[in-house]
Design a protein around this ligand. Structure first.
Ligand SMILES: Cc1cc2nc3c(=O)[nH]c(=O)nc-3n(C[C@H](O)[C@H](O)[C@H](O)COP(=O)(O)O)c2cc1C
Length: 214
């Protein structure tokens, strides 16, 4: 393997000012739609996004989560409130999201602030998940050290018996977050590394669009 010889040509599209919607959420919908259309391999998860959070000392960490909603001009996802990321977001609401859609040679970067979803919304989404995922959320004290894989599986088995039927309660420490964007940048790979980058920046009630150098 020689990393320095690995490179792709980007020729699949362009993003020109005349084609970009004035509203970045509309533009995002369009690009997300294009990222999931067609005959894609099953492993493509176009709603996967890298969430970066930062603690009060400036230590940054990133991980992938799944986008589960786009309403109200916000990006919604679900997780464990006591997890490492949950603790960071509690202390510092500034976050970034990054989508990579390699099959269309696109990236979208979002910066903004995060808030918890209402308990009603979290419970409603929790019950839409498969039962096994609901039980997994109860078992997982996300980000904490565990003794072994076996101990997790044992707890899951116990819960499966306990909740053989009937509603599984949504844990208090599990729920949604939404990110209100302040900047959204759309990146389309182009030839000769002259990529298109359009950045939308919130100014009052307006979105200002600027082209950035690749
Ligand atoms: C494709 C993919 C999707 C994921 N989706 C979620 C998600 O929606 N919510 C979540 O809490 N973790 C999700 N994870 C796991 C996180 O990346 C991470 O391991 C976990 O949330 C713990 O992160 P933390 O310790 O920084 O809090 C996903 C991981 C991958 C690879």
């Amino acid at each position: 393997m020689s990393l320095y010889e690995m490179r792709q040509s980007y020729r699949l599209g362009s993003l020109l000012e005349k084609d970009a919607d004035a509203d970045p959420m509309v533009q995002f919908h369009t690009w997300l739609g294009q990222a999931i259309e067609g005959d894609l391999p099953e492993w493509v998860e176009a709603n996967a996004m890298t969430l970066s959070t930062c603690d009060p000392n400036g230590n940054v960490s990133s991980r992938v989560v799944l986008l589960k909603g786009l309403d109200d001009g916000k990006f919604w996802f679900y997780t464990n409130y006591d997890s490492a990321k949950g603790q960071q977001m509690e202390a510092n609401a500034n976050v970034s999201l990054c989508f990579l859609w390699q099959h269309v040679q696109r990236q979208v970067r979002i910066e903004g602030h995060v808030e918890k979803a209402s308990r009603e919304r979290s419970i409603s989404y929790f019950h839409k998940r498969p039962r096994d995922s609901q039980l997994g959320a109860i078992v997982s004290q996300q980000s904490s050290v565990v003794a072994s894989r076996e101990s997790l599986e044992k707890q899951l088995d116990t819960l499966k018996t306990q909740y053989a039927d009937g509603e599984i309660p949504c844990p208090e420490n599990w729920g949604g977050y939404c990110v209100t964007p302040t900047t959204i940048e759309f990146w389309q790979g182009r030839e000769s590394r002259l990529h298109d980058r359009l950045r939308y920046r919130r100014e009052g009630s307006q979105w200002v669009i600027q082209r950035l150098s690749p």
